[in-house]
Design a protein around this ligand. Structure first.
Ligand code: GTP
Ligand code: MG
Length: 291
């Protein structure tokens, strides 16, 4: 697209979503922000952000709940220092330390008013360089970079013959960073859908005088891509979509969402529903369906 207006629209769509990290002092805001940036998330300072990550540790205090309720943006609560749940919880943990942290997160979710995702920021930012690798092999030394839990897990893996790459993967897995990044992606689906809707509205205006833009908007690829964004968006809002890829499924999906979008007051359901119906009918006719 050589039209500068199209380039501007494409540029806005390509801008990554920006995440603001906040929380009480000392909960690990800086560590979590660093871990997210390291995992490829664009971390921004609060006023410009699209999404919020509110970090809590140990407990959800009334001020945490207030901060979560006040963001006015899609928000993910993260229980950082999830490693301390298993090192301070009494008794043995037959399903492992990660399971203990998950149970704790489920308990904290009601106090937070939103789902809480566990994370061990410390393990997500630890670089397993030569000196850390040497420290791990010297069983008399403590390893502050990994704290008690990370050190114990890494050392027991090494005793079982784990390589440095294995330990790196283990620490990443235990850090929970991938789960947090996935949750951010899910939360972002509604924002991406809204951005795309704004872009489509602009392109529709331009299409009045530019036939090629009209053609672009009605192409199979475009209609189906719009539907996929709409599917991601409604799923991220907790609704279910039948993603099966047969002519029957496409027609069923079209009928279902036609009914839903008419019957709903929720704007996301109405807008996404229209795109799901359009895309499903297009896929249905491509798959050979006809009335
Ligand atoms: N055990 C454990 N300690 C952590 C974790 N994340 C951070 N810490 C430690 O918690 C302390 C505070 O971490 P920061 O990231 O500086 O926290 P912050 O919220 O930015 O703190 P301030 O900016 O000082 O208010 C540091 O000593 C970190 O090493 C974690 O996942 N587990
Ligand atoms: Mg800090």
């Amino acid at each position: 697209m050589s039209d500068p207006r199209c380039a501007a629209i494409a540029g806005r769509l390509a801008t990554p979503l920006r995440v603001a990290v906040s929380g009480r002092r000392g909960v690990g805001r800086s560590t979590v922000a660093r871990a997210l940036a390291h995992a490829g998330v664009t971390v921004a300072t609060t006023p410009q952000a699209d999404l919020d990550v509110v970090v809590v540790a140990d407990a959800v205090k009334p001020e945490d709940r207030a901060a979560i309720a006040a963001t006015g943006r899609p928000v993910l609560a993260v229980l950082n220092k999830a490693d301390l749940v298993s090192t301070t919880a009494p008794g043995r943990h037959p399903d492992g330390p990660t399971a203990v942290a998950r149970v704790r997160c489920a308990q904290l979710s009601s106090a937070a008013g939103t789902p809480v995702e566990p994370m061990v920021g410390l393990l997500a930012v630890a670089a397993l360089d030569d000196s850390l690798w040497a420290e791990l092999h010297d069983e008399r030394s403590s390893v502050p970079a990994l704290d008690t839990f990370g050190t114990r897990q890494a050392r027991s893996a090494i005793r079982r013959g784990a390589s440095r790459a294995d330990v790196e993967a283990l620490l990443r897995g235990l850090s929970g960073i991938d789960g947090v990044v996935a949750k951010i992606g899910i939360l972002g689906a509604q924002l991406r859908y809204r951005r795309e809707s704004a872009a489509v509205a602009e392109l529709e205006t331009m299409a009045v005088t530019d036939r090629r833009i009209g053609e672009f908007l009605t192409r199979d690829d475009t209609v189906v891509a719009r539907m996929m964004s709409a599917v991601d968006a409604v799923e991220s809002a907790g609704m279910e979509v039948d993603r099966a890829d047969t002519a029957d499924a496409h027609l069923r999906r079209a009928t279902h969402w036609q009914r839903r979008r008419r019957g709903s007051a929720a704007s996301i359901e109405r807008a996404c529903g229209a795109d799901i119906v359009r895309g499903s009918l297009r896929l249905w006719s491509k798959a050979g369906g006809s009335v």
